[in-house]
Every structure is written in C-alpha cells, then in structure tokens.
Design a protein around this ligand. Structure first.
Ligand code: GLP
Length: 244
C-alpha cells in the first residue's frame, strides 16, 4: 500500500482527481469504479471543473458504482442514482448507458446481483475509487463479509445507518439493506484509490493499514492487493502518525 498524507482536503482532492483525469486522457475507454458518500465530493468537483476547462472527455468511459440502497426510490435525493447524477454525471459528457449502479428497486434482487457481476466481467475495472466506513466497511461490505463475496444483498450495520442518516430525514428513513459489489469484485480492480478524511475514520484507517487481515475489518483485505494508494488528511492519519 502506498500511503499519501495531505495537509488539507483540497490538495488531496487535486491529487486523486489528477490520477483519474490522467487515466481518462491516456485511456479514453477506461472503466472507473466509483464511490458515493461525502468523501469523494471534492474529487468529483475537480473532475467537473476540469471537464469544463480542459474538455477531458468521458464519452467512451464506463463507470461502475459500488452500491445502492435496497427499496429506495431511484429518484429520491438520497439514492446513489441521484447522488451520481447531481454530483458528477450531469456535468460530464458521459453516456448514461455507460454508467452502472446496482438496481436496489427491483423485486428480483438475486437477478440484479447476477446482472451486476456480469457487467463487471464484461468491463473489468481499471481504477476503483473507494471510501471507507467508520467501521471499516468498503462499498457496503459490512464487518464479517467474506473476502470471496461478489455482488450481494447486505443488512446495514446500525453504525452505518447512523453515519448515513444525515442524508435522510431521520434514522428510521435510512434503508436497512443495500446491494453492494462484493469484496472480491472490489479487489478484482486493477488499481484501487482509497480516500479517507476526518478523525472518525482514524481507527478504521489504522486497522486497514496495520491491523490483521480479517473480515472483521473489511478494508484490511486491501493489504493483499498489489496496487493500492491510500489518500488521507491529517485527521484520518492521526492514529497511524502517532503509532510510528
Ligand atoms: C457509505 C458508502 C461507502 C462510503 C462510506 C463512507 O456507506 N456505501 O461507499 O465509502 O459510506 O462515506 P462518507 O464518505 O460519507 O464518510
């Protein structure tokens, strides 16, 4: 794992977006694995600004998102469909047909999981952008998800629902289940960029880098991947800096 620590969020966002822009410019048919949450917002803003100023084109890019809530209307502002449209896709020249997000609304969730695995087989991910949950989850792979998992339905941990309640009217409105790329699907990506900011991620970040490789902390699986870059601000890095 290559660890990069930044003194502020802006320089972190610039460094990560630069890598993504370089990838798209070099390989216009890149497949990007994308994440939601507050963490990538600044990175997406950089991509949108760059598209406007330098005309980096996403016409042939394919994007595959990590996850989606189950049972939430796609058009609800809290759905990851809406999140991606508002915070990235609508401002790029990307073809909506090339943007994939798991279908959490369908009655046949098993078929939706299978369909998503088929999409990833057809479009292997070049770079996967990842956040991390405060309990160490990646995508929505909660603690104790098997490392060999593919796309599946997961019961969300109360901690995750509480953390994400800010995007809903109340905790009760946060769905209890999600459909997520599995851990194997994530680690199949050729390159992984994991981003974590803020003190509430410090414990999970320390475990991810120095802890045992164990499904209890899903992100610890990244120690086994040959091409991972971790981007941290000082707050998220605080426990690894103090343990040196
Ligand atoms: C959600 C998403 C994850 C994301 C995590 C952290 O649970 N499913 O993909 O990494 O939240 O979110 P945030 O960046 O808002 O802290």
């Amino acid at each position: 794992m290559n660890i990069h620590i930044f003194k502020n969020k802006k320089s972190l966002d610039e460094a990560v977006s630069r890598l993504l822009i370089e990838q798209v410019n070099k390989h216009p048919k890149s497949v990007l694995g994308l994440a939601t949450g507050s963490t990538p917002l600044g990175i997406y803003k950089q991509l949108m600004d760059d598209h406007k100023r330098h005309k980096t084109s996403y016409q042939d890019v394919v994007t595959i998102n990590l996850d989606e809530y189950v049972g939430l209307d796609k058009n609800s502002p809290a759905s990851y469909q809406s999140f991606m449209k508002v915070n990235l896709f609508d401002a790029l020249d990307i073809n909506p047909k090339n943007t994939f997000i798991p279908d959490g609304e369908t009655k046949d969730l098993d078929a939706a999981c299978q369909a998503y695995d088929d999409i990833m087989k057809k479009h292997p991910i070049d770079i996967q952008l990842l956040g991390i949950g405060s309990n160490g989850h990646i995508g929505f792979n909660e603690p104790n998800t098997p490392f060999d998992s593919e796309t599946h339905i997961i019961e969300l941990a109360l901690k995750t629902r509480t953390d994400n309640a800010v995007h809903f009217k109340s905790l009760d409105d946060v769905p209890t289940q999600a459909i997520t790329m599995g851990i194997k699907s994530i680690t199949n990506s050729k390159r992984i960029l994991l981003v974590a900011t803020g003190a509430n991620k410090a414990q999970a970040v320390k475990g991810m880098i120095f802890g045992e490789i164990d499904p209890i902390l899903p992100a610890s699986v990244l120690q086994t991947h040959p091409n991972v870059d971790v981007f941290l601000d000082y707050q998220a890095a605080s426990l690894i800096l103090s343990s040196k």
